[in-house]
Design a protein around this ligand. Structure first.
Ligand SMILES: Cc1cc2nc3c(=O)[nH]c(=O)nc-3n(C[C@H](O)[C@H](O)[C@H](O)COP(=O)(O)OP(=O)(O)OC[C@H]3O[C@@H](n4cnc5c(N)ncnc54)[C@H](O)[C@@H]3O)c2cc1C
Length: 484
């Protein structure tokens, strides 16, 4: 009897170098690609920007599948019972999927596998999405790593990911398949009613076709310049691949090889190793984040350094400090520019993520979990492991975090990494007429300069909501109080 395999799609929304598709085309006669929307199973649930991306990524994958004579079938509800229903309706005894290395998903998948097995259906889960097995890496004392540098020293030397495999050319769907029971994409209700995300389409094109184009454009010159340019938010110095990587629109192996084998044209000597290695190490940080997540499933909400659970955060009874932060109205230009970039594009430059995070947690002394939650809702690249690690790093309470007493001065950060004020000018055009020094601290500009620039502080742009020096001192005192 012909075999039908269901491909349960999740964070692997592509056809090329996709282990589940590759296996299915070898062992089954018919392939049924299925996406099940089950937000109640996610812990924590993905936010609105991430769901916007998912909606469009599914639409793009559906298109690609249709071009190959197949389709993307959609459903929602409990993963186990939905898979059971689809398997029985299509006489499929095999479900293939790739792993999501997040604690809630691993738990859910194991349970699903056990329940399907009782009905005679095999769930086969293949590793994917990471270059390492985050559970398997151990240091010499046979314990997981808590610091990036030794982690990467061990892992880097062993990494030799296989070359990416092409997409299957044909994917025959089962004859008389349960086509009618597929939901329409809109029925999954991935998009918020308030269409604040519409502007994202000016900046992004979700889906593996666009992802592959973006990857292909990363030239040897890009990698060579990466170490110098990646910290300057006004420059196009980073790859902008994070949402594509998160949703598995690219395989992480493809990304690795694009960097590792990059070589400038007419270049006969060795590749520019420092640029390539710096980029690969960033992929390494992502691996490390997943390694940390295996050690602490509640990484997004509980500090790795337990002392920080007793941190005396500042009272913000009417949420005015938090509101000013997330609305980009703190009066500190680099912080506000970052929050405007996030709101407009669903993404923020890494340097600025660190600056806005430090300002929230240290200058405003508000809990880092508020920032984690806000990013979760507004980042198109929201990723449980990377976001949790990023926030714990910024707050100084994570494994291998920046020490709490190292507090970013957002004015100095602006002067150093946005020296012409170009980034601030892009997102805060009302400050555009100030010179490169004043634009990072408009409150120091003479009244006549502000006047001729058409800026009334407190009206066109806020006064700083906190004094950077005294809030820094208070943050250090708060830290002293939990240090013992
Ligand atoms: C507070 C905070 C929150 C963050 N939240 C997220 C998040 O939710 N999702 C996310 O993907 N990244 C997060 N990051 C990491 C980093 O900011 C983004 O990965 C990066 O800005 C994405 O842009 P890019 O693709 O152009 O990066 P590039 O510089 O081109 O890097 C290439 C890839 O490496 C990975 N990477 C780079 N830096 C890091 C890092 N520090 N940690 C983990 N992976 C990294 C990403 O997959 C990225 O796409 C966060 C950082 C901070 C400080």
């Amino acid at each position: 009897m012909p075999q039908t395999a269901i491909i349960w799609l999740r964070r692997d929304l592509r056809l090329q170098d996709q282990p589940a598709f590759a296996a299915a085309t070898k062992i089954a006669d018919y392939v049924l690609p299925l996406y099940i929307h089950a937000p109640h199973e996610e812990r924590p649930q993905a936010g609105a920007a991430s769901r916007w991306w998912l909606h469009h990524s599914l639409s793009s994958l559906r298109q690609e599948l249709r071009e190959r004579g197949s389709d993307l079938f959609l459903d929602s509800g409990s993963s186990t019972s939905t898979l059971m229903r689809w398997a029985q309706a299509n006489s499929a005894s095999l479900v293939l999927c790739t792993a999501i290395s997040e604690p809630w998903a691993e738990e859910r998948d194991n349970k699903t596998a056990a329940e399907l097995a009782q009905a005679g259906i095999e769930l086969r889960i293949t590793a994917d999405g990471l270059l390492t097995d985050p559970h398997a890496i151990r240091n010499r004392s046979n314990t997981p790593y808590r610091a990036f540098t030794p982690f990467w020293r061990q892992v880097r030397g062993q990494l030799n990911p296989p070359q990416a495999k092409p997409a299957p050319t044909s994917l025959p769907p089962p004859p008389g398949h349960a086509h009618n029971s597929s939901a329409e994409l809109e029925q999954l209700n991935l998009l918020d009613r308030v269409r604040w995300y519409d502007k994202f389409a000016d900046y992004w094109q979700p889906g593996s076709t666009a992802a592959s184009h973006r990857l292909a454009r990363l030239s040897p010159e890009f990698f060579a310049a990466y170490p110098d340019e990646r910290d300057f938010p006004a420059q196009p110095g980073t790859s902008l691949l994070s949402p594509h990587i998160h949703f598995g629109e690219l395989s992480i192996r493809e990304v690795w090889h694009q960097a590792a084998h990059s070589q400038p044209e007419n270049h006969s000597g060795p590749a520019n190793h420092s640029g390539v290695e710096t980029y690969l190490a960033e992929l390494g940080w992502r691996e490390f984040a997943y390694h940390l997540l295996t050690q602490q499933p509640n990484l997004h909400s509980y500090p790795v350094d337990r002392r920080f659970a007793a941190m005396p955060w500042r009272d913000d009874p009417d949420n005015s400090l938090y509101s000013a932060w997330h609305l980009g109205q703190t009066g500190i230009p680099l912080v506000d520019a970052g929050m405007k970039e996030l709101w407009a594009t669903g993404w923020m430059h890494n340097r600025v993520r660190m600056v806005v995070g430090s300002f929230l947690v240290k200058n405003l002394r508000l809990p880092w979990q508020l920032g984690e939650e806000y990013f979760r809702d507004t980042l198109v690249d929201w990723d449980l492991a990377s976001n949790s690690m990023g926030w714990q790093w910024v707050a100084g309470c994570g494994a291998d975090a920046a020490p709490y007493f190292r507090i970013f001065n957002p004015v100095r950060q602006g002067e150093r990494f946005d020296p012409e004020g170009e980034y601030v000018r892009r997102w805060l055009p009302q400050l555009g007429a100030l010179n490169k020094k004043q634009i990072h601290q408009p409150w120091t500009a003479p009244a006549a300069t502000l006047d001729s620039a058409g800026i009334r502080l407190g009206k066109d742009y806020p006064w700083p909501i906190t004094d950077l020096q005294s809030s820094r001192r208070e943050a250090l005192e708060a830290f002293q109080s939990i240090k013992g």
